[in-house]
Design a protein around this ligand. Structure first.
Ligand code: FAD
Length: 428
């Protein structure tokens, strides 16, 4: 049964809100978590394709660089609660981790559900109530410094009625997430709540999001995943970003880790109406000269074979017919008859397999939200609003977002940890 006055109300039962609740716990204090969905931590449970890439073993400077220019905002939070602290934190809750390629930490049993479960068990053991089906629709600050939180509380199963209730709180932690994957609950409502209280919102766009490309090439390669390739973003004839690693073709364009990481750059350019290309280097370990030598060697050794056989040696099966079509060289043409111009065309296509970008997928498919509560208006040492005393922010709602690799969850946990500790401390 909800009461009408709490010391601290936390809005959002994602990773940021849950850790904030645990860290704000004091037996003498009344704490409440309000969660709009029927269950808490829905996004956390599907993170890392259900395996939860919880953090990364990068050292501080490198870690922060994955957040781009706003990364410096996290310096204090990370100095106080960083990757090794997070691993120990969950270690105490009984979770064991393993370290994978790219410094990525996953729970040993590959189960994101376990991460959510131990957090929720901890919250329960502290007797902190989570009120689910409770959507916060407004927050107002009263002259006596209390907050009034208006909540639409959906009825229990079978009862469709929604009840409007009001709750008072001394401190509020707003951890309602961003706008990505709205089916998990975070639909951008947190931004509206913050702006009602006077906060500026840096314009939001999807990030870590698949890219849509022109034509049918990607569609024809749908499902093909490439490892150890380099993808570059080109604005006109200027290279603006690049990543090395793994990617995948989809029926609308490009996805996979390196494409998602490049998407922040791509989305900005597309929003500025720039012409953008993604160029894939299929042979990044070989420069043009080395590749030319490799092609000549193959031709010399198999001069009686057809052109298709050469492509089969250089490319995954699915790419062969696409290359034949693009190069306009008959697949049966004998290798001994391939001339230097044709070799050059092949070499260039292997190094610069280009796709024109026509857009990006919506928030429904974005791993994170770029933009959010303007960091200039938040005290980075406490996560308290500089405009509204007693209001704290944590997690993806803040204008911080990073590459894939466990950086985003670490940010949610670190900012939640700081916000929780400071909210309870400020109560005195
Ligand atoms: C598919 C997917 C996979 C991901 N995998 C990884 C990964 O492996 N590693 C990584 O580092 N990051 C990953 N991320 C990103 C990471 O999950 C998020 O950055 C992180 O969950 C943000 O935590 P949060 O607590 O700020 O927000 P959220 O997890 O979004 O939680 C916010 C909560 O607030 C609730 N809420 C929203 N509005 C209201 C309201 N008005 N009233 C009450 N409650 C409200 C929501 O229902 C939600 O439960 C992934 C994201 C997605 C979508």
């Amino acid at each position: 049964m909800l009461q009408n006055q709490y010391d601290i109300v936390i809005i959002g039962a994602g990773p940021a809100g849950l850790i904030a609740a645990i860290e704000s716990y004091k037996s003498s204090r009344k704490i409440l978590i309000l969660e709009k969905m029927h269950k808490p931590a829905l996004k956390l449970k599907i993170s890392g394709k259900g395996r939860c890439n919880i953090t990364n073993d990068a050292e501080l400077g490198d870690f922060i660089s994955h957040f781009g220019k706003n990364g410096r905002f996290l310096k204090f939070a990370f100095a106080n609660f960083f990757n090794t602290d997070l691993i120990k934190y969950f270690g105490k809750l009984g979770v064991r981790f393993k370290l994978e390629r790219g410094g990525r930490y996953f729970p040993q049993n590959d189960d994101a559900g376990e991460i959510a479960k131990v957090l929720l068990d901890k919250v329960q053991s502290l007797n902190i109530p989570i009120s689910t089906n409770s959507e916060v629709i407004s927050i107002t600050k009263l002259p006596d410094n209390n907050f009034v939180i208006a909540v639409n509380k959906k009825g229990l199963a079978g009862n469709r009625n929604t009840q409007r209730i009001q709750i008072k709180a001394d401190k509020v932690v707003l951890a309602a997430g961003g706008k990505s994957y709205p089916r998990t609950g975070s639909n951008g409502a947190g931004f509206k709540l913050a702006s009602q209280l006077g906060h500026a919102i840096t314009p939001v766009s999807p990030s870590l999001v698949p890219i849509e490309t022109k034509g049918n090439t990607a569609k024809n390669l749908h499902g093909l995943s490439l490892k150890n390739v380099k993808a570059q973003v080109w604005r006109g004839n200027k290279k603006v970003d690049e990543r090395f690693g793994e990617m995948v073709f989809t029926d609308f364009g490009l996805s996979g880790p390196i494409i998602l990481s490049l998407s922040k750059t791509v989305v900005k350019l597309v929003n500025n109406k720039e012409k953008v290309f993604i160029s894939i280097d299929l042979k990044p370990a070989l420069d043009h000269k080395m590749l030319e030598r490799r092609i000549i060697r193959e031709i010399d050794e198999h001069s009686k074979q057809g052109f298709k056989n050469l492509l089969k040696k250089l490319l995954p099966e699915k790419l062969v017919s696409v290359f034949v079509k693009k190069l306009e060289i008959p697949e049966e043409k004998q290798l001994s008859r391939i001339n230097s111009e044709e070799r050059k065309k092949l070499r260039i296509l292997l190094k610069e397999f280009q796709f024109e970008v026509i857009g990006y997928r919506s928030f429904n498919h974005a791993i994170v939200t770029s933009g959010g509560i303007c960091i200039k208006e938040i005290n980075s040492q406490t996560m308290e609003s500089k405009l509204v005393k007693g209001l704290y922010f944590a997690g993806e709602i803040i204008d911080i977002d990073a590459d894939t690799g466990g950086f985003n969850l670490q940010a949610a946990f670190s900012t939640g940890w700081i916000a929780g500790k400071n909210a309870v401390h400020a109560l005195g």
